[in-house]
Ligand binder design. Structure first.
Ligand code: P5A
Length: 437
């Protein structure tokens, strides 16, 4: 892609409510545009990043055997009346009537709808366990949408649902998802800390939030620093190892505000290990047994021919929130550097161009063609601006690798730079290995 052709409405004018870095940067770099309170259009640069995050999330769900489906955004109120949540959900639920006067709603989550799908087709324990997920827009009429994509009314979520015959196998599903979340966030360049959490309107008695540390986060957190020493590579994908992993995490104090108890914190964590800070909730998992299956009549025959209410859990990742969360975690000294796994482009070529000298531009086009042939997603900054303006713009866009084409670069030996480190001159044929190493 040539930068002159990219729809990238960079702007300096920020609304007064853009208080945190990620919100400001996403507006400035033309990733999103607000359409109304808490509702955004995703412009090409923002969408590209979000799609890459979505793909990492998808791959890690598939890796643990979860299967993707797609449920609609609009749901019938009937199933929510059956579960009893239609009234409980309150004003956060956007309620709609269709032309027949039927009560509908824009789904804030999908426990009811997935249970309805499941109950109509699965009748025997032989079909269990199952894990299904989708990645779909949700709507919650938040009273105070804020912080850009962090707390929206319309947002993109990956939500998965597990179905098991009994508590023991259901906990094993929970453990798999716990592990998958840690792997997902790691691939996104984030260190997410699992924390015991309240279950709120989803319900159940077992739940973890996955929090990344950021001063601008909405959740206040209290934790034992030694939690950073736990390395998921020391565990394998079998239930006893995963149980050990969760036990290791649970043995260290890490809670959000609503679970905080000062006495307990001071008793369990040494002074030097106590950490009180803020974080962003990027994922949340729940085990709620038969909370939905019982009222919705989702039963299967067990081995003795008796009926068991299916044991269920649900597991969410805020895909659109993650775009902002990654910025909060990675933006430093006015410079953005996307983790390679989600960068909008693999590399940008920045030629020094002037009206009278287009030699660097033609050198760059040759490099561009060469990289394209190697399936490298490359952006070429062909805009006629001076280099300091260009670098400023690229500090904002955040592509982690740059090829700088000035008088010193030849077609084959080129200046290559990883953002925030020194540049070096390398052979064109070695670029690909630099980008994937
Ligand atoms: C789990 C999946 C649920 O909804 N039902 C299905 C469960 N959990 S949750 O914690 O309420 O949401 C899951 C994740 O979605 C993100 N999120 C939001 N992102 C942007 N704006 C919002 N208003 C918003 N609300 C929730 C969070 O990342 C959360 O962890």
């Amino acid at each position: 892609m040539f930068l002159s052709k990219l729809f990238l409405p960079i702007t300096k004018n920020l609304p007064s409510d853009a208080k945190i870095k990620s919100h400001q940067l996403m507006l400035r770099s033309g990733m999103i545009k607000q359409s109304s309170a808490g509702i955004y259009s995703w412009l090409p640069l923002g969408l590209k990043v979000m799609k890459k995050i979505e793909q990492v999330v998808r791959e890690e769900q598939n890796n643990i055997g979860a299967q993707e489906l797609l449920m609609p955004t609009i749901q019938s109120a009937e199933i929510w009346k059956e579960s009893g949540r239609y009234n409980d959900y309150g004003e956060e639920m956007l309620r709609i009537k269709d032309r027949q006067g039927r009560e509908m709603l824009y789904g804030p989550t999908n426990e009811e709808l997935i249970t309805d799908i499941f109950r109509s087709s699965i009748k025997s324990y032989k079909s269990l366990p199952q894990m299904l997920y989708h990645i779909q827009w949700k709507f919650r009429d938040e009273i105070r949408p804020r912080f850009g994509v962090m707390r929206c009314r319309e947002f993109f979520m990956k939500d998965a649902y597990s179905f098991d015959l009994d508590d023991t196998t259901a906990k094993a599903s929970y453990n798999k998802m716990f592990y998958s979340y840690l792997k997902t966030f790691k691939r996104l360049g984030l260190e997410a800390i699992p924390m015991a959490a309240d279950t709120g309107p989803i319900g159940g008695d077992l739940s973890h939030e996955f929090i990344i540390i950021a001063e601008t986060g909405e959740s206040k957190i209290y934790m034992d620093k030694s939690i950073f020493k736990i390395d998921i590579n020391n565990y394998t994908f079998n239930n006893s190892s995963l149980e050990k992993m969760i036990k290791d995490y649970s043995s260290l104090y890490a809670v959000t505000d609503d679970k905080f108890k000062k006495n307990e914190f001071e008793k369990k964590v040494t002074k030097e290990n106590q950490m009180i800070t803020k974080g962003i909730e990027v994922g949340h998992i729940f085990y709620f047994g038969d909370k939905y299956s019982k009222p919705l009549n989702c039963f299967v025959d067990n081995q003795d021919g008796k009926k068991n209410a299916v044991k269920m859990g649900s597991y969410g990742i805020g895909v659109s929130r993650l775009v902002g969360a990654i910025i909060e975690a990675k933006y430093e000294n006015e410079i953005m550097k996307w983790p390679r796994s989600v960068s909008p482009f693999d590399v940008v070529i920045i030629p020094s161009i002037s009206k009278n000298n287009k030699e660097n531009l033609s050198k760059s086009i040759k490099i561009y063609d060469n990289l394209k042939k190697q399936n490298i997603d490359v952006l070429l900054d062909d805009v006629d601006e001076n280099m300091s303006q260009k670098f400023k713009k690229h500090d904002l866009i955040g592509i982690p690798y740059q090829i700088i084409v000035g008088s010193k670069s030849t077609e084959n030996k080129i200046e290559f730079k990883e953002v925030n480190s020194e540049s070096s001159f390398i052979d064109l044929k070695d670029i690909k290995s630099k980008l994937i190493s």
